[in-house]
Design a protein around this ligand. Structure first.
Ligand SMILES: CC(C)(COP(=O)(O)OP(=O)(O)OC[C@H]1O[C@@H](n2cnc3c(N)ncnc32)[C@H](O)[C@@H]1OP(=O)(O)O)[C@@H](O)C(=O)NCCC(=O)NCCS
Length: 173
């Protein structure tokens, strides 16, 4: 039986996370390249864990994907906004792993961080990812034209966002 574990990524997970992005789909669907640097990931994973919640998904102990929920910007006026990104290794996509990662991040965002707005960009031809986000309440807000270079071609990206469906309330006085 396969064991799936989703937990916070630690600096020592850099090798597994870098490996995910050797896949052209994982790199092309995000803003990575298929030539990831292990040193860069080590540095990135050593960043402030209170501003960037990175998760690793392990299949029988092997890292096969990751996701992150990070503070969108430094301005206090955007303190309610968080950014989201995720990738599953090319060979493991379409098996429900992305869905499980999303459930974990939405639980963290809604119930523990009180994130009122979560935003992301996704290539407009990435039907699998767009459907996944819509299923979790994200809406398309607009299109960035020629947003990023992918496999030698400029691709458009949707700006998507989700507002907290049940924002936490203060007790009445
Ligand atoms: C997007 C991604 C994270 C989703 O993870 P995943 O493990 O592949 O997704 P799941 O297996 O949980 O979900 C697949 C869903 O997409 C659907 N799907 C599969 N292929 C699809 C396609 N070509 N078009 C539309 N929907 C598709 C499946 O039916 C399933 O939907 P369901 O749960 O309603 O049945 C993953 O595919 C990935 O890493 N892609 C490359 C990187 C990327 O695009 N990251 C997102 C950047 S914003």
């Amino acid at each position: 039986m396969t064991t799936i574990v989703i937990r916070r990524a630690e600096p020592g997970d850099h090798l597994g996370v870098a490996k995910t992005f050797t896949g052209r789909s994982a790199a092309g669907g995000t803003l990575q390249t298929p030539y990831p640097s292990e040193a860069e990931w080590k540095e990135s994973l050593a960043g402030d864990p209170k501003r960037n919640y990175v998760f690793a998904v392990l299949l029988d102990g092997e890292t096969v994907g990751d996701s992150d929920l990070h503070r969108a910007q430094l301005s206090p006026r955007r303190a309610h906004c968080w950014g989201l990104g995720m990738a599953v290794h090319d060979d493991r996509q379409g098996r429900g792993i992305g869905t499980r990662l999303m459930r974990t991040m939405i639980d963290l965002a809604d119930n523990w961080l009180g994130a009122l707005r979560i935003e992301l960009t996704v290539c407009s031809d990435n039907g699998r990812a767009v459907r996944r986000y819509e299923k979790f309440g994200f809406l398309i807000e607009g299109t960035h034209r020629a947003f990023a270079l992918r496999e030698g071609v400029f691709v458009d990206a949707y700006a998507m966002a989700r507002l907290h469906p049940r924002p936490p309330q203060l007790p009445s006085i």
